[in-house]
Design a binder for this molecule. Sequence first.
Ligand SMILES: [Zn+2]
Length: 298
Amino acid sequence: MEPTENLIVILDPARAEDFQRLVDYTKRGRLTAEKPGAYSCVVALMTTPNAGVKFRVAANTIVRPVEIRNVVGVLPGKDKDRAAEMVVFSSHYDHLGIIEPVAGDKIANGADDDASGTTAVVALAEYFKKKNDNARTLVFAAFTAEEIGGFGSQYFSRQLDAKQIMAMFNIEMIGKQSKFGPNTAFITGFDKSDFGKLLQRNLIGTPFRFEPDPYPEQNLFYRSDNATLARLGVPAHTISTDQIPTDKRYHTVDDEIETLDLANMTAVITAIARSSAGIVSGQQTPTRINPEAVSQRP
Ligand SMILES: [Zn+2]
């Protein structure tokens, strides 16, 4: 509830149970990226609104600023003609925190969403550091505040010149098998650049394949951290395996590591390392996304 004036809402006591749920929810406090509004909403439970009833209301809101950070590592490009060109590998490390308890468990672990992607980013950083032959500069980013509106990636994109970013591999929920079976993952916004086709080609002859996002109606292209840079023209796509329309663990306390297929997840990370080789070495450059073909509404 974000009232634009002070409100008193009269509620039928028959709705007391629903109201109690709302009370429990608001008591937990929540993280928002905006300062709270100046107005309060007070709810009174009563059978009939009675004009003669007088209210005296005191409301108290505690606002505590929380400092949050992206975690970013940079592997400078080894080719001085290519070092100004960047390739981003990213995920988000925040999740939902403490939510409505289910069978005594109130911790939303976020193993798939998005510790799986964050694991990929760390593994890729280790891999490319060991190889140490990247012509382009590689940026490994674990974003914060994705779940409350993508604020970490929005801040990140303002620190860089989007023109210098050649591609973004955003990795979101790769812990379970995709609907295409083992050794597959899908790429969102597949037709918006030739990033996906390029990666597909680079995997020919390997057991792994990338597919276009099978759930366009879910708007996944706009629901993850790639969207901000995509709006600026960067071929920025999300790689995922999640069967989101039927994923019962999504955003629940049951998104736990035991539910992940770690062998398949390793295959996804290996495929990202392999298929990105040409982009990392500067031999391949995906086409830019046309910002006019992308919804600009954040
Ligand atoms: Zn996520």
